[in-house]
Design a protein around this ligand. Structure first.
Ligand code: GRF
Length: 206
């Protein structure tokens, strides 16, 4: 079986990258390799996880053309935005439509952009969570594949919410990658398909 070649974009800690790598190692995600880790930040802590696994690391320096070329040349079948904080040019997103997924720390379409934990607290929400979605030209848009929900308690603050949301991210991102690699989920046009059926809402992990 040919393996699905992936590229993971990070900017910071890379705990999601680390978690993807452990899920490949444990065999939960099968027939998938991480060929490249791409970072816009030379000092990203997450780079060490890539190096520990002998994965090539590319510093992007706004050269999306080079990355695009590599995706085609190397047959990269999935691009995973796992804590990538830069806005990616629209032409790049358009060119690779259907093979880019993003993890976002909110229950989309609520709270696109930054500071999602603060927004949840400011609004007194009872629930918060994370979403994995097919990424499109519009920031934090595109059909949501799966969401993980967490409860917000009275004593939660930004740091505790960040921790809870990370825990749920460590479940939903590997699942979305597994489903993509097994052709269980796909994007055609503006729609997301799960086992060949068009879905109008995400799968929810409670
Ligand atoms: C995650 O919460 C992700 O949803 C957001 O950035 C954070 C990255 O965390 N886009 P890490 O770098 O994987 O630890």
């Amino acid at each position: 079986m040919t393996k699905l070649k992936c590229m993971v974009f990070i900017s910071g800690n890379g705990s999601n990258l680390k978690n993807i790598l452990s899920n490949i190692e444990s065999g939960f995600i099968k027939d998938v390799t991480i060929e490249y880790v791409v970072s816009d930040n030379k000092n990203a802590n997450g780079i060490k996880h890539a190096k520990e696994h002998g994965i090539k690391v590319l510093y992007i320096d706004n050269n999306y053309k080079l990355i695009s070329g590599l995706i085609k040349e190397m047959g990269i079948g999935l691009v995973i935005l796992a804590g990538y904080m830069k806005i990616i040019p629209k032409d790049f997103m358009k060119m690779h439509d259907g093979i880019i997924i993003n993890i976002h720390p909110s229950l989309l379409p609520k709270y696109k952009g930054l500071d999602t934990h603060k927004k949840v607290l400011d609004n007194g929400d009872n629930h918060h969570g994370a979403s994995v979605h097919f990424a499109t030209e519009e920031l934090d848009s595109g059909p949501v594949i799966i969401q993980g929900v967490v409860k917000v308690n009275n004593n939660d603050d930004i740091s505790s919410l960040r921790g809870k949301v990370h825990e749920v991210e460590y479940k939903i991102l590997p699942l979305a990658i597994k489903w993509f690699s097994e052709n269980i989920v796909s994007k055609h046009g503006d729609n997301y398909y799960y086992q060949g059926e068009k879905r109008t809402s995400p799968i929810i992990l409670l």
